[in-house]
Design a protein around this ligand. Structure first.
Ligand code: AP5
Length: 216
C-alpha cells in the first residue's frame, strides 16, 4: 500500500495515520513530525522550518523535497508507505511522481479526509501534545487524566504555536490556495478517495480501511 493522506489542518491525519500504518504494516512518514523532531533537537533544518510553521506558511519546496527524497531512499519501504502531509502543492506532487517513477512504485491511492471548518477549529483549539513522547491529546475529545500531563509518560503537554487562532486562519488559507489543487489533480489521475472525517476515531479508521479495500 503506497498511500498519501491529505486533508485540512486538524482533520485527523496524524491520528488516523497511526492506525492505518499499523493495519498495513507500513511506515508513517509525516513531514510535520519530521520538522518538529528537528526543531526539538535544534538542527538547522528545524530552525529554518520553524520560521515558516509559526506563521502558518509552508516550508520552501527546496527544503521539503530534499528531505522526502532522502526518506524515500531508506530501505524500510518494502510493504509501502503512508505519506502524511506530503505532497502539499503541485510542485511537491510532481517531485513525488518523479521519485516513485524512478523506483517503479506508483501510488496506490490518495485518501482525503474531509471535515467542516467549524470542526477543524474545535479540533485544533483543543489539541495538546506531549513534549516528551509526542502523543496527541485533545482537551475535550481525548482527555488526559491531568490536563497538563501525558497519561502515557507524565510528560508536559503543550499547545502547538501554529494552533493559535491567528495562525490557524492563515493555515486554512494556505491549504485552500496550495493544497486543494493537488486534490483535483489526484482526482483526475483516478487515485483520489474521499471520506468524511466526522465521527469517532475508530469509525473513521474503519471507513478508511473499507474504502481502501477497493483499491487493493
Ligand atoms: P502538519 O503537522 O502536517 O500539520 P497539518 O497538516 O496542518 O495537520 P495537523 O497536524 O494540524 O492535523 P492532523 O490532520 O494531523 O490532525 P490530528 O490527528 O493531530 O504540518 C505543520 C506545518 O509543517 C505546516 O503548516 C507547514 O508549515 C509544515 N509542513 C509540513 N509538511 C509540509 C510540506 N509537505 N511542505 C511544506 N511545509 C510543510 O488531530 C487534531 C486534533 O483533533 C487532535 O487533538 C486529535 O486528538 C483530535 N481528533 C482527531 N480525530 C478526532 C475525532 N475523530 N474526533 C475528535 N477529535 C479528534
Amino acid at each position: 500500500m503506497r498511500l498519501v493522506l491529505v486533508g485540512p489542518p486538524g482533520a485527523g491525519k496524524g491520528t488516523q495515520a497511526q492506525f492505518l500504518a499499523s493495519h498495513y504494516s507500513i511506515p508513517h512518514i509525516s513531514t510535520g513530525d519530521i520538522f518538529r523532531a528537528n526543531l526539538k533537537e535544534g538542527t538547522p533544518l528545524g530552525i529554518q522550518a520553524k520560521e515558516f510553521m509559526d506563521r502558518g506558511e509552508y516550508v520552501p519546496d527546496s527544503v521539503t523535497n530534499e528531505m522526502i527524497r532522502d526518506r524515500l531512499d531508506k530501505d524500510d519501504l518494502g510493504n509501502g508507505f503512508l505519506l502524511d502531509g506530503f505532497p502539499r502543492n503541485m510542485t511537491q506532487a510532481e517531485v513525488l511522481r518523479a521519485i516513485l517513477a524512478e523506483k517503479r512504485t506508483p501510488l496506490s491511492a490518495v485518501l482525503e479526509l474531509s471535515l467542516p471548518k467549524e470542526e477543524i477549529i474545535l479540533r485544533l483549539s483543543g489539541r495538546r501534545t506531549c513534549r516528551n513522547c509526542g502523543k496527541v491529546w485533545h482537551s475535550e475529545f481525548e482527555k488526559p487524566a491531568d490536563p497538563h500531563k501525558c497519561d502515557l509518560c507524565q510528560g508536559e503537554l503543550y499547545q502547538r504555536e501554529d494552533d493559535k487562532e491567528e495562525v490557524v486562519t492563515r493555515r486554512l488559507e494556505v491549504y485552500q490556495e496550495q493544497t486543494v489543487p493537488i486534490i483535483d489533480f489526484y482526482r483526475t489521475e483516478g487515485l483520489l478517495i474521499t471520506i468524511s472525517a466526522t465521527g469517532s476515531v475508530s469509525d473513521i479508521t474503519e471507513r478508511a480501511i473499507t474504502a481502501l479495500g477497493r483499491v487493493h
